[in-house]
Design a protein around this ligand. Structure first.
Ligand code: HEC
Length: 179
């Protein structure tokens, strides 16, 4: 509780420092054409409830009836507790932080991770670093997969209605990560 509250305060303080004039960034200049990225997200195989593309990078899986994989569902929740205060609901962006549903598609897994772990600063525009925050780091795969699904328009805005069960492997990894 305390930690959440203090993080929110920190986020609020950080955003309060940003003068309105900084909002002119071209965050909307990165539209996604899903057809161009289809190979990136095509599921090659599933392993322990996680889905991977041909390059062994994580991707989402949406069944025909709309059931999403566990990471996508979990990522929805984690995103909305850790990132949406700046990046807006559903990864849609805000006047001071980019539309990261599109960033997840354009940046790819490693660059996305790098920014979240280390943070980034561009004048007054500050992305905090989360490398020492287990509530983010233990769920960063989930957040990435969720945002990728959003950027590709594979899932609609809002809470996914149907989800796969959490696998034993994912549960064990989560316990190990959170300590
Ligand atoms: C305190 C506000 C704030 C919070 C909280 C925040 N971000 Fe950011 N983020 C920013 C800002 C501002 C930028 C743009 C930084 C710049 O101008 O280089 C950014 C940039 C990014 C980028 C780079 C996007 C691109 O297209 O280059 C990624 C990826 C990102 N954030 C992911 C996340 C994730 C994931 C979370 C939640 C774990 C998160 N951010 C939480 C403010 C925030």
């Amino acid at each position: 509780m305390m930690r959440t509250a203090s993080r929110l305060l920190a986020a609020a303080a950080a955003t309060a420092l940003l003068p309105a004039a900084v909002t002119a960034s071209n965050w909307d200049d990165q539209p996604v054409n899903p057809a161009e990225h289809a190979d990136d997200v095509t599921v090659a195989y599933e392993d322990g409830g996680r889905y991977y593309n041909e390059e062994d990078l994580l991707t989402y899986n949406v069944a025909e009836d709309g059931t999403v994989d566990w990471l996508t569902f979990s990522g929805f929740r984690r995103y909305h507790s850790e990132c949406h205060v700046c990046h807006g609901p559903d990864g849609e962006g805000s006047s001071y932080a980019p539309k990261i549903k599109n960033s997840a598609v354009h940046m790819g897994y490693y660059d996305f991770y790098d920014v979240v772990v280390n943070g980034r600063q561009n004048g007054n525009s500050v992305m905090p670093h989360f490398g020492d925050n287990p509530n983010v780091m233990c769920y960063l795969d989930d957040i990435y997969v969720y945002l990728k699904a959003r950027g590709m328009d594979a899932v609609p805005r809002g809470r996914p209605a149907k989800k796969e069960a959490k696998s034993d492997v994912i549960r064990e990894d989560e316990d190990a990560c959170m300590g």
